[in-house]
Design a protein around this ligand. Structure first.
Ligand SMILES: *Cc1c(COP(=O)(O)O)cnc(C)c1O
Length: 395
């Protein structure tokens, strides 16, 4: 047990923040009616909508992304009436299914092993065989697994059949394309604390007019509640009053982080995440380690999930990485003995990935595994050297 802070934070959320974001969060509090704060809040919403490529309104709820997800699910489910299809390719999808059932939906599920993604063809077949389905829920990147579901196919398939979608894009926004409009997604929930590089404690929720109509028509949709999307729309977007007092530091941190991504350019930011992930995958492979995702086409760019060799436990490996080498990674929530190197926000650079790999490789070697650390690092650096453009964060 050590009590020093890690030198390098490679968590799969909250991601490390830039100095500029940290500085924005350290400003004095103000009343939510302060005109500068109000203007900043509106600007943050506009930036979030731009990043989400959302045609409709985006609501910034004060509360970790779980709040936005629960609020959206509760708003869309009509107890005893809603038939939902929930896609399960990891723990977040499984948790959504529990919520939907709790809220009174009749839930069908398509579940795949947690190293795979749900095939869009299977979704189409299910929806054709179950035409009463009114709601489809899907997680974009299952962060604990490092896998992605194909929202570009699943969104339009649902829309074509008149099915509303609720997509959890918490860990992909800013790190992989999230095309809310083009993919015809009705409600998208995200957060600043992953690839945007902002603080935790905020939910970004985009809602189409079709989804608002369904929510308004739902007598069970929360009102006068912390979970209410309608309160945010009618009060903040309507009369200009906040439903509750926003956490000023989180709002300012989210705004600063969104502004930095837009300044860098969303596409450049996504390309930076992709390059870091490519380097990490090549390095892990050359080190002799196996990735967890079953195939390259289901592998996410915001986090690389690597299997710990047989005979060793992920807890000991992570502890060694942190305590001896100062590299913090997120725990495996019981998937399959994995260590994850995240590529999120300012930490999504090639050398962050390389440093993560070095710490992982050496921790494994210290614990007795046979790994080719040097070969892994060279392979990762080769990817970076061959990549187009600088492989560093904008700041
Ligand atoms: C991070 C994350 C959330 C938010 O949940 P926390 O575990 O509280 O951070 C929701 N969905 C996905 C896919 C996430 O990666």
């Amino acid at each position: 047990m050590t009590n020093h802070a890690p030198d390098l934070t490679l968590l799969a959320g909250p991601a490390a923040m830039s100095q500029e974001t940290l500085a924005a969060m350290s400003r004095q509090v103000c009343h939510p009616d302060d005109p500068e704060f109000r203007a900043g809040f509106r600007h943050a919403e506009e930036m979030a909508a731009e990043l989400m490529r959302a045609p409709g309104q985006v609501i910034l709820m004060g509360g970790e992304a779980v709040l936005g997800l629960e609020a959206a699910a509760r708003s869309l489910v009509r107890p005893g009436q809603t038939r939902a299809l929930n896609l399960v390719s990891g723990p977040y999808g499984r948790a959504m299914g529990r919520w939907l059932r709790d809220f009174g939906a009749d839930v069908g599920e398509l579940e795949v092993p947690f190293n795979e993604a749900v095939a869009p063809g299977a979704v189409e077949r299910y929806l054709d065989q179950h035409p009463q389905t009114g709601l489809l829920t899907v997680v974009h990147c299952e962060t604990p697994c490092g896998t992605v579901n194909d929202l570009a196919c699943i969104g339009p398939a649902a829309r074509a059949r008149g099915v509303l979608t609720l997509a959890d894009c918490v860990s992909t926004l800013g790190g992989m394309p999230v095309e809310t409009g083009h993919w015809q997604l009705d409600v998208v929930v995200s957060s600043p604390h992953k690839c945007i590089g902002g603080p935790s404690g905020m939910s970004l929720v985009s809602v189409t007019d079709r989804a608002w109509a369904a929510i308004e028509a739902n007598p069970a949709a929360p009102r006068s509640s912390y979970l209410s999307l309608l309160d945010w729309r009618d009060r903040w977007h309507g009369t200009g009053q906040f439903p509750y007092t926003p956490f000023t530091a989180a709002v300012r941190g989210a705004a600063a982080a969104c502004a930095q991504v837009l300044e860098e350019g969303l596409e450049a930011c996504i390309a930076r995440h992709a390059a870091a992930a490519r380097a990490c995958r090549a390095g892990a492979d050359a080190m002799g380690l196996a990735l967890w995702p079953a195939s390259p086409d289901v592998t996410a760019d915001c986090v690389t999930a690597i299997q710990v060799p047989a005979g060793l436990g992920h807890e000991a490996v992570r502890e060694r990485m942190r305590d001896r080498y100062g590299v913090a990674t997120s725990p495996d929530p019981g998937i399959a003995n994995l260590v994850r190197i995240a590529h999120m926000g300012p930490a999504a650079t090639g050398l962050h990935a390389v440093t993560g790999l070095m710490a992982l490789g050496r921790a494994l070697a210290d614990l007795g595994a046979d790994v080719s650390i040097g070969a892994g690092i060279e392979a990762a650096l080769d990817v970076l050297a061959a990549a187009a453009g600088p492989q560093c964060a904008a700041r």
